[in-house]
Design a protein around this ligand. Sequence first.
Ligand code: 3IO
Length: 335
Amino acid sequence: MRKLTTLLAASLALTCLMAASALAGTTLTYANFPPAKTFPCVQMEQWKAEVEKRTNGDIAVQTFPGSTLLNPKNMFRGVQTGQADIGCISTAYYPGVFPLISVVNLPVAFTSTEVASRVMWDLFQKYQPKEFADVKVITMFTSAPSQIMSKTPVKQLGDLNGMELRASGSILQILSGLGAQGVGMPMSQTPEALQKGVVKGLVSSFDVLMDFNFAESCRHETITNLPVYPFAIIMNKARWEALSPESKKVIDDLALEQAVWTGKYLDKHIDDSLNWSKEKYQVEVHELTAAEHATIKELGTPLVDQWKAEAVKAGLDADAILADMLALKAKYEAM
Ligand code: 3IO
């Protein structure tokens, strides 16, 4: 009997200890704006699983996809003020706020998400831009090169005349140069805009054909290879500072890996999405002529000059940043 009591006491003590250590762990909230199926949320779940595994459960991550905690426009502020511990921002939704990292949104003909994501992370690491000084940057990545997805066919650039297309960032200006009417809004508002007919299509990467089911209404896809959208995963600074050195190391060690994982995932996923769209909705893919691609390229030149002027105004060495981006792009493309 005495032995049993001791055993019970011991197991009770152990249970309390385990509960206490679980309580001592940290739960981080992670806000995201698009629906759970989309690539920014797929990478979020991947990161959550890795962090929980590598910290042996010291960190638990509670994810909030679909703007359930913060929406695309209040994400940056919401993380700074601690409404969420971690958040995902598409930087093109914040004109003028990211003078350095917006370089990745320029029309420089990225062909791979993995390459663009590596380049973005390297640039961030090298320059540590002060536009992110108020937050901890967890990782960065981009969308795939942007294409036109529309209700009516865009078989030649002339077909764009007056067409309302959803986009954000630098693509809006290229669209206006092409005679289309760019409508700026976050991706997560696009389903409603398409459904109401406010826009007749969108410019983004092909993953959204499947993940938002846009293939159903946008049966025409035109290969334009327009810019990628840069994303940053940011964390509240005070919450970051409060983590243990071990947890911080796990998160820092994961940054580049996460950027590459996301790039690889999306590069494959755009193929899957396009194939699915062809099978399910018989979408048509339209190719432009070399002369039309040259026209698109020309429209990009003033954007680069404009970015440079704004970067210089923000105290940045624009020429060095641009040269670095192109050199990194060439380096990773050759690998
Ligand atoms: C994007 C944004 C949210 C969910 C899936 C997505 N695929 C490509 C993008 C990029 C984009 O159009 C944007 O607005 O960030």
